[in-house]
Design a protein around this ligand. Sequence first.
Ligand code: NAD
Length: 261
Amino acid sequence: MGVYAVTGSASGMGRAVADKLRAGGHTVIGVDLREADVVADLSTARGREQAVREVLAASGDRLDGAVLAAGLGPAPGKDRPRLIAEVNYFGVVDLLEGWRDALAAAGNAKVVVFSSNSTTVTPAVPRRTVGAFLRGDVERAVSSVRMFGKTSPAIIYAGSKIAVSRWVRRSAVQPEWAGAGIRLNALAPGAIMTPLLETQLATPSEAKAIRSFPVPVGGFGDAGQLGDWVVFMLSDAADFLCGSVVFVDGGSDAYFRADDW
Ligand code: NAD
């Protein structure tokens, strides 16, 4: 049985993953703002350092895997773009860099990062936003979307998920990751019924956009099923999966990009 760090373990898909791993006999070190083994605020550098430190202490510096599910959706609000940037990008990259040696110590660790199908279905995400994230420049990432006004949370949300997916793919193939036995992959869900989506559906302007968005199989995804995908991507079946972004989105990505292959 393994030891897994799971961020966003108090709600939605992170919670579904934590429940399934525990039910399978594994040890889970949950990280969240509340109701977690490690209560830490991933929107600050200090909170991220605390999460790194406390998870390493709780795991004895050895992790069989990590699931990075903490994230904020594109809700309205003046400070929202910064929070999205801090949690969705730096709340993944800073933690994984801090846990890398502990993951390597397991010899065959698996990591699943939550991306989103917003990476391929959101138009007009500036290149400089993604570039700023990858350079670690949160100020530039936030200022680069200011011109979008009310839609800036949606743009920086997609930008944060594009950047984190690119970071996963770039890092996954490096000697420090693939060469250290760590399998780094991302899962890109579509609209999944969780508190995050419920909040968006409670905002009339967002609800209209979400409900009219093309989903070939119809409806919304189920958090438990996404949890099953993560557990699969943590299993030995994923030994040969490296740097992949797996879309589980009811067909929206295929609908828009069928010919991009
Ligand atoms: P959720 O809101 O149900 O859960 C997210 C969790 O992250 C919450 O428990 C929350 O407390 C935690 N979190 C937020 N800010 C934090 C902070 N500063 N520090 C620590 N923890 C924090 O959301 P969900 O729908 O389960 O989303 C999980 C992941 O999947 C997110 O990364 C999200 O962007 C992504 N995603 C969700 C959907 C969807 O439709 N639900 C679609 C695509 C991608």
